[in-house]
Design a protein around this ligand. Structure first.
Ligand SMILES: *[C@@H]1O[C@H](CO)[C@@H](O)[C@H](O)[C@H]1NC(C)=O
Ligand SMILES: *[C@@H]1O[C@H](CO)[C@@H](O)[C@H](O)[C@H]1NC(C)=O
Length: 993
């Protein structure tokens, strides 16, 4: 059973008073009284808070934070007192009473005495309720009673209120200031929540060197770490982390492991977690609550190989079980190693390992029913291969399915795997090595919504690397796991807006602008893993791709800067950490790589302006470090958080130093051999006059360039760059032999201080019939040198579509259509193709929805369909054939090998072709195209090509669902002219009759 909070509508919270910030919570706080509200602080007087001495220590802690939070907001601290039902309180008008059902004698007495109906939470994991209760205790006429169904139910109830009072969960970790309000009221009907969607929601600190580790060393130690490990992750550090987790309504943690051992570094770590209410676990490669490799390195005897060293490893695990027994935990079972066991007999040995681990648990816990002890088996990499090959573990052990470490979940439980008593969960990754980072929350939503649909909701664990700067991504993951039912693809943007409004106490309009900034930042960074960028990732010559990417970064930086300047100075550090730094760091690195590409290209074109780009690369490279320093000096306390190196990867490991992208220079005092003027038309790597390997095949004696433009080229024009070939200034004019050619500007001047002038060519289409050629002549007057002249042929083709046609029109040799822009969309069996706004690399993605389980699939041509209309003038080499390239979200065959991802596509009334576009990898492995520099993951995209007959004219391409969880981002129909680029051609022109 998966309890859902049904009676809650997101719209309801949006309409409430703007100053109470709540993200996906029911709202019960206000800063002004109403007829049915109770005061928390009113007229500088705080309502006293009561709790019971026998409640959980974690609840006591949260209650103490609760009253401190109220003081942060109002300046008035309520009293917090332990009482019993028979305490003499005098005569109180109002009180706040906090406690855990069945674990607070005070609450139990009130429930008994008032017959308060607690049935909605009784026995429900982590549920809570809060409401006004009349005469709860003798002498108290009104109380706002906050009741948790269990320990964390109470804790989450308190932090839920604190968040609405105005204390961000990130107040400490991201320096989010608390907005002051002199009064706080709560609604008499209160806030409540039933059990969360996902039972265990947590994170994993991983690869925490260098950033988090160095920062923690400075912040939480006197300069030396733990005696045995050197780790800085002591109980001071974890106190901050546990509080953050609970404020985010998370409950589960895999601790730092790279050079730490949670249970050894500080013997207060483990009891403290339990005291706070955090469920501890260990990562997929650390069975039985012991850190691997650190603890084994310290205390292990012999090799980490159960096949040859069974008894020592067994004893090692017994000690882990004994040490962890007093505390709430989930026991990781199984075993991994660099050389996992021995190849032959892996599976039977692993089964023996799990069985031995359960024996240890039974013995240490002294129970005959080991199924009462929560256990987890993580199907990570080769372990999933064992599972695929038939290895099984007992039913009560939760199976933790994993992603590919890039956020693409490899497999979800199929129906036959869904009735296991241990259930299933997901181990997910946010960690990318190095800023700029990708928040990935839309992808996260897409993937985790499938996890919900397929019942993988027992455990969600996200690997967050250094934790920062994933603040928003982490919060989304936890918020979605807390209550998935209120979020969908259409209100996802409101999550970011609400988050920004809360973090920066901003208006809805500004919050929406942050949402736009984050959406663009996410999109730009998700186009390619930042560490895999290079100087030619984006096409420097086709579709103005590189220029557009740079312009996108500049616009993003401008809007983030403008917003930052509007904020009060108290908000600046938080805004810098959460929005501005990610934008600037990403824009700097993204622009730097493109500029190095432009430099390299222009050097080869003998253009003086190459040198300016060399300078700009060098400046951006320094700026990258300036941004890191600015981050580290924030409020004197973020030293090392951005230590991660991130520029110029040589192999998978982080580079040992950031290295500037390669740049070169031309000699600025020496003129290029062909003369002072360089002519470079759009769309070529060549340059004229003179020799260049790209001017023609031979590379010498090449003809002058020709530029083509048709009426449906999306940009509407072509440009020609006129550049300096050396130190000598010149002026130039541009003339044509026809009246229809439009030239802007038709003259200009070029000099070393202004070494480039862009000239734009377009056509007066009303004066052009069919294809016509013009001669465009560039005449230069060069200081102290003979004049120069170069003529470019400009061919304009006035393509036209018949009147009455509605759809996309071929331009530039192809048709490009964003998947969201369908002409028709037909549902079948309640499933239709829906848009996931913001998904993917260019606009969005379309996918069959609802995801549902996986019962439903369709034979070719029978499922829900989506259609795109377009018009062509050409086919590939006049053959009558076109190629349709589908740009697909990078998803894996999550339904297992028997149900590979598939769709069907047809041209016009032709037979649908079924495309199984993700080949099966080896057990536990990936399809061959998945990894690698040019792999689907690096590209964040799967390309699949289908060929069709399509003579010039009107066409419809139709796509049918065959299997669920297939996502289309874009379709590109090549009619013979599609050029290489990273993002594909820009969307074609749409005409409507
Ligand atoms: C209430 O009692 C508990 C248990 O003795 C104690 O830990 C806690 O500090 C007390 N709280 C207050 C506010 O006195
Ligand atoms: C509540 O009442 C029930 C019976 O009505 C009794 O068994 C229980 O002990 C009472 N609990 C408290 C805390 O008073």
């Amino acid at each position: 059973m998966r309890p859902r909070w049904a009676g809650f509508v997101l719209g309801a919270l949006l309409s409430l008073t703007a100053t109470v910030h709540a993200i996906g919570q029911s709202t019960c706080v206000s800063f002004a009284p109403s007829s049915s509200s109770l005061p928390i602080v009113d007229n500088e007087k705080a309502t006293p808070v009561f709790i019971s001495a026998d409640d959980w220590p974690g609840v006591q802690q949260a209650a103490s934070d609760f009253v401190s939070d109220i003081e942060q907001v109002t300046g008035v601290k309520p009293s917090l007192t332990n009482i019993t039902a028979s305490s003499h309180l005098g005569n109180l008008n109002n009180a706040v009473i906090i406690g855990t059902l069945g674990h607070s004698s005070l609450i139990d007495a009130i429930v008994n005495h008032t017959r308060l109906d607690v049935s909605s939470i009784d026995g429900q994991w982590e549920a809570f309720m809060a409401r006004e209760v009349k005469n709860p205790l003798p002498g108290v006429s009104n109380a706002y009673v906050i009741i948790g169904a269990d320990k964390r139910g109470s804790i989450f109830a308190l932090y839920d209120h604190s968040e609405q009072f105005g204390v961000s969960p990130w107040y400490w970790w991201a320096d989010v200031p608390t907005t002051r309000n002199s009064q706080i009221f709560v609604a008499s009907e209160g806030c409540s929540h039933s059990s969360p969607t996902v039972k265990y929601r947590g994170l994993f600190l991983n690869d925490e060197q260098p950033a988090l580790q160095n920062w923690a060393m400075e912040k939480f130690t006197n300069g030396t770490g733990a005696a045995l490990t050197g780790s800085p992750f002591n109980h001071f550090f974890y106190t901050k982390l546990f509080e953050l987790l609970l404020r985010l309504k998370a409950n589960y943690l895999w601790p730092a492991q790279w050079s730490s051992a949670f249970g050894v570094d500080d013997d207060q770590n483990q009891p403290l977690a339990d005291w706070y209410g955090i469920v501890m676990g260990t990562s997929h490669e650390e069975p039985m609550m012991r850190s691997i490799p650190v603890e084994w390195g310290l205390f292990g005897v012999g090799p980490w190989d159960y096949g040859v060293n069974k008894q020592n490893i067994y004893n090692f695990w017994v000690q882990g079980a004994e040490r962890g027994r007093p505390y709430e935990g989930i026991w990781t079972v199984g075993m991994r190693g660099d050389e996992p066991i021995n190849e032959e007999g892996d599976i039977s040995l692993l089964e023996e390992i799990v069985s031995d681990q359960r024996t240890i648990l039974s013995n240490v816990f002294n129970t005959s029913d080991v199924t009462t002890i929560p256990q987890m088996w993580c199907l990570y990499q080769e372990v999933e291969g064992y599972y695929d090959d038939g290895m099984r573990v007992p039913d009560d052990i939760t199976l933790l399915w994993t992603d590919d470490t890039w956020g693409n979940i490899r497999r979800f439980p199929i129906p036959s795997e869904r009735n296991r008593t241990g259930g299933a969960g997901v181990y997910y990754h946010y960690d990318l090595v190095g800023p700029p980072r990708d928040y990935k929350w839309i992808t996260t939503f897409e993937q985790m919504s499938t996890a919900v649909a397929r019942d993988a909701v027992r455990i969600w664990l996200v690997n967050v690397g250094d934790l920062k700067p994933y603040e928003m991504g982490i919060e989304f993951f936890m918020t979605y796991g807390w209550n998935s039912s209120i979020w969908n693809q259409n209100n996802l943007d409101s999550f970011v807006s609400l988050w920004a409004q809360r973090e920066f106490d901003m208006s809805e309009t500004d919050g929406d602008e942050v949402a736009t900034i984050i959406a663009n930042l996410t999109r730009f960074n998700s186009r390619r893993k930042p560490e895999l960028l290079n100087s030619t990732t984006y096409s420097l010559v086709n579709y103005r791709e590189a220029d557009n990417v740079v312009a996108g970064w500049q616009a993003l930086n401008a809007s983030a800067t403008q917003l930052a300047n509007k904020l009060p100075s108290s908000m600046q550090p938080a805004f810098f950490q959460l929005v501005l730094h990610p934008v600037r760091a990403s824009a700097t690195v993204g622009t730097m790589w493109i500029y190095s590409g432009i430099n390299n290209l222009r050097v080869s074109q003998a253009r003086l302006s190459a040198n300016e780009y060399a300078e700009m690369v060098s400046t951006l490279f320094e700026q990258d470090y300036d941004l890191e320093l600015e981050y580290h000096s924030l409020l004197d306390g973020k030293d090392h958080m951005m230590d991660q190196t991130h520029i110029m990867y040589y192999y998978w490991q982080q580079p040992m130093a950031n290295t500037m992208p390669f740049v070169s220079k031309v000699q600025s005092r020496k003129q290029a051999l062909p003369g002072a003027m360089r002519i470079v038309p759009e769309g070529t790597m060549g340059s004229w006059p003179g020799d260049n390997q790209y001017d023609c095949t031979a590379g010498y004696n090449c003809p002058n360039p020709t530029v083509y433009l048709d009426a449906f080229v999306p940009a509407g024009n072509r440009f020609i760059d006129v550049g300096a070939g050396g130190p000598t200034p010149f002026t130039f004019t541009v003339t044509s032999n026809v009246s229809w050619a439009k030239i802007t500007p038709s003259q200009g001047s070029v000099s070393p201080s202004s070494p480039e002038q862009r000239v734009v060519l377009s056509a007066a289409w009303d004066k052009v019939e069919g294809a016509q050629a013009a001669l465009i002549t560039f005449n230069a007057s060069v200081q102290d040198q003979p004049p120069m002249s170069l003529t470019v042929t400009f061919i304009a083709n006035h393509t036209t579509v018949p009147s009455g046609f509605t759809g996309f029109v071929e331009g530039d040799g192809g048709v490009s259509i964003e998947a969201a822009h369908a002409a028709r969309n037909t549902s079948v069996a309640g499933i239709s193709w829906v848009n996931l706004p913001g998904y993917g690399r260019t606009l969005s993605g379309v996918t069959p929805w609802p995801r549902g389980g996986d019962e439903l699939n369709f034979t070719a041509g029978t499922g829900p369909s989506i259609e795109y209309d377009f018009y062509t003038f050409n086919s590939i080499n006049g053959t009558g054939n076109v190629t349709v390239t589908a740009y697909m979200g990078p998803t894996l065959n999550g339904l297992g090998p028997d149900r590979p991802l598939a769709f069907a596509m047809a041209m016009d009334s032709g037979e649908p072709q079924v495309d199984y576009f993700v080949p099966e990898g080896p057990p536990g492995g990936y399809p061959p195209q998945w990894n690698g520099y040019d792999g689907w993951v690096a590209d964040n995209l799967i390309y699949t090509n289908l060929s069709f007959v399509a003579l010039p004219g009107v066409h419809t391409v139709k796509i049918w669902m065959v299997e669920p969880a297939v996502i289309f981002e874009k379709l590109v129909i090549d009619t013979g002219g599609v050029q290489p680029s990273y993002l594909g051609p820009p969307e074609s022109i749409f005409v409507s009759s």
